[in-house]
Design a protein around this ligand. Structure first.
Ligand code: ZN
Length: 312
């Protein structure tokens, strides 16, 4: 899927809500009762954890592998200030599948924002002097330009997804339509256009929806392993691992958004909020994932687990 950012700009100033120094990295909202909690009964203690290392898992949380080298997982990608660590949680096979998706998110989709906001790189290597962006030229053609880090525009586009069909009330037709959310700094774009011509504010990115939703699923699944009480988690059948590793292609029932266009900003760069959603004779373990929450980016909801209520 290909889109031109400039055609969908919504004027929300980026700069007043975001500098890397005043952003709190992560917020996890955890229940205080191990027996559960519901969307409709938000009786949960809010525990904010910005940094932490959970108990080692001892097997791959995606495929179950116990042999071989198990590596540490960052629940939120490190390049997005993810500082929540899940040791011994991924085998090398699954890591090879997940790594390119996280790399795409952090370097291709959000690389210019990360460099401009000076979010730290994954590996301790010197920052490049420039970062490439593809722009639409005044004559309608495209050009790849190398942009000095300080001139990278603060602009970001993410999808507004319809709710996951699994969480819709009976009789409500699922939607397959989605729209784009964009935030931008107009001053940055004006400077960019002066340097690169009038077309220089139209950036072209490849948006890989499949990668994007699988990274959201990965964050949700990791949060369930790290942050949910083990006994509570054991009552649920996990739903996301095969989506994350690409064995199951149809992610649509499980991952979506809330289409809330003006959700209030949150203080933390990343917000993870697990919840239990009762639907008929089932209960779903759902994780809200919101990256770039101070900039009012959309929330996503991943249905990470299911259990029968009758069994309880
Ligand atoms: Zn694995």
């Amino acid at each position: 899927m290909r889109f031109t950012v400039s055609s969908r700009l919504r004027a929300i100033s980026f700069s007043d809500r975001c500098s890397s120094s005043d952003m709190m990295p992560n917020k996890l909202l955890f229940p205080n009762e191990s027996e559960g909690f519901a969307m409709t009964q938000p009786k949960q203690q809010v525990v904010s954890i910005q940094r932490g290392r959970y108990k080692p898992v001892g097997h791959c949380i995606y495929c179950g592998e116990r042999e071989g080298k198990l590596t540490l997982e960052h629940i939120i990608p490190y390049g997005l200030l993810g500082r929540l660590e899940l040791p011994e949680a991924s085998c090398s096979v699954c890591q090879d599948i997940i790594h390119p998706m996280e790399t795409w998110l952090q370097t291709k989709l959000l690389g210019h924002v990360r460099y401009r906001l000076e979010l730290p790189p994954r590996k301790k290597r010197p920052r490049p002097a420039t970062h490439p962006m593809v722009i639409k030229k005044d004559d309608g053609g495209q050009a790849r330009v190398e942009v000095p880090l300080s001139e990278l525009p603060r602009l970001m586009t993410l999808p507004f997804l319809p709710p996951p069909p699994l969480l819709l009330d009976p009789g409500v037709e699922p939607s397959r339509n989605f729209s784009w959310w964009t935030t931008q700094d107009p001053d940055d774009l004006a400077i960019f256009a002066r340097t690169h011509g009038q077309g220089g504010h139209a950036f072209i990115q490849n948006f890989l929806m499949d990668y994007f939703v699988r990274v959201i699923a990965k964050i949700a699944h990791g949060a369930v392993w790290g942050g949910i009480d083990q006994d509570l988690r054991a009552t649920f059948t996990m739903l996301l691992p095969d989506i994350i590793t690409g064995k199951q292609l149809d992610w649509l029932p499980f991952i979506g958004g809330d289409e809330e266009e003006d959700a209030p900003p949150e203080e933390f760069l990343n917000v993870i909020e697990p919840m239990i959603v009762p639907m008929g004779d089932k209960e779903y373990l759902v994780v809200r994932v919101r990256l770039f929450a101070p900039m009012q980016a959309p929330s996503y909801y991943a249905v990470a687990g299911v259990r029968d209520v009758t069994r309880q």
